[in-house]
Ligand binder design. Structure first.
Ligand SMILES: Cc1cc2nc3c(=O)[nH]c(=O)nc-3n(C[C@H](O)[C@H](O)[C@H](O)COP(=O)(O)OP(=O)(O)OC[C@H]3O[C@@H](n4cnc5c(N)ncnc54)[C@H](O)[C@@H]3O)c2cc1C
Ligand code: FES
Length: 285
């Protein structure tokens, strides 16, 4: 078969650098909560990532799984923050400093930082990609209102980094726990609703469980505020070929993972309701 290189599509091939598997050494492992660990590594391409982009992490003999970048620095020092939920994340969380893992990426569309008055709403491990975003918005936005929620105090992540990022800027931080063990008791979306009733926001950024994101989408629509939300779907190729991450007519790996209000409106049949399972079957969320 002859391959005509002039007709190559915009889909990156295995030979394009971003899609090329690199083996990186784990430089540091930090326990963030009972079942969450952060892994630091160095990679030149990840140093150029946008907040919200993700990498595919290869654990040889187990699986390759998508992970958002929770640290992005210009010198390439990066991290992923991994919640143990199944086989691959368990194997990853057993890795130690000096061990290696494979990475491809960064992939997809990240968050677009804006100026003006912004709100950031995160839940659970979904706060990971919001950390580099908060660090970026601390430089660009006029005011940042950050709301972070978790089930319990022990599951609240990145408190120090978030407080440090916003320490010298016009900002407000609210932490919530479902059981009231830290910050305000109740759901983070209830606090977001109260803020939206009092203030006008130029952009809302969100990541977390899809039911939380869906609620934020409805609130943003009601208050006519634009929204950028990072979604999760099963991912295999990460470059728009295999179709496993489909939502409506969009591919979350390529069109997202960060989708705008307009894109979310276009997939409202599936958003907050259905996803494809590992075998490609449509299942309820
Ligand atoms: C863009 C993106 C960014 C993500 N970022 C993070 C992150 O920063 N931290 C984090 O802890 N988790 C993140 N996830 C979720 C993470 O990829 C899954 O938890 C992981 O793949 C589960 O693998 P497992 O073998 O441990 O569990 P399994 O037992 O295989 O599955 C547990 C759950 O994870 C889902 N899952 C399994 N394989 C995949 C896959 N290939 N792609 C997506 N979901 C899958 C399953 O549907 C199931 O609900 C992200 C997912 C996406 C799509
Ligand atoms: S993961 Fe293959 S198309 Fe998105």
């Amino acid at each position: 078969m002859t391959v005509n290189l002039r007709n190559r599509s915009s889909v990156p091939s295995a030979f394009d650098s971003v899609n090329r598997m690199r083996i990186v050494e784990i430089m540091d492992v930090r326990r963030e909560s009972a079942n969450v660990k952060a892994f630091t590594f160095k990679d030149r391409l990840c140093g150029r990532a946008e907040a919200g982009q993700f990498v595919m992490v290869w654990i040889p003999g187990v699986d390759e799984i998508p992970m958002s970048l929770s640290t992005i620095t210009a010198d390439g020092l990066s991290s992923i923050t991994v919640a143990e939920v199944g086989e691959a994340t368990k194997a990853l969380n057993q890795r130690k400093p000096g061990d290696t893992m494979g990475i491809r990426g960064p992939f997809g569309k990240g968050f677009t930082p804006t100026e003006g008055n912004v709100m950031i709403v995160g839940g659970g491990t979904g706060v990971g990609p919001l950390v580099p975003l908060t660090e970026k918005l601390a430089e660009t936005a006029a005011k940042v209102t950050l709301l972070v929620g978790a089930k319990t105090k022990d599951e609240l992540l990145f408190l120090d980094r978030l407080e440090k990022a916003l320490s010298n800027v016009n900002s407000e931080i609210v932490f919530t726990t479902d059981d009231g063990s830290y910050g305000l008791g109740g759901l983070v979306t209830d606090q977001a609703e109260q803020k939206l009733m009092k203030e006008t926001f130029d952009m809302i950024y969100t990541c977390g469980p899809e039911q939380m994101i869906y609620k934020m989408f409805l609130l943003a629509e009601q208050h006519q505020a634009p929204l950028q939300a990072s979604l999760e779907r099963v991912m295999r190729c990460a470059i728009g070929i295999c179709g496993s991450c489909g939502i409506g007519n969009l591919m979350v790996c390529k069109d997202g993972p960060v989708l705008t209000s307009e894109q979310l409106r276009s997939v409202k049949e599936d958003f907050g309701r259905f996803q494809l399972d590992l075998s490609g079957r449509k299942i309820k969320l």
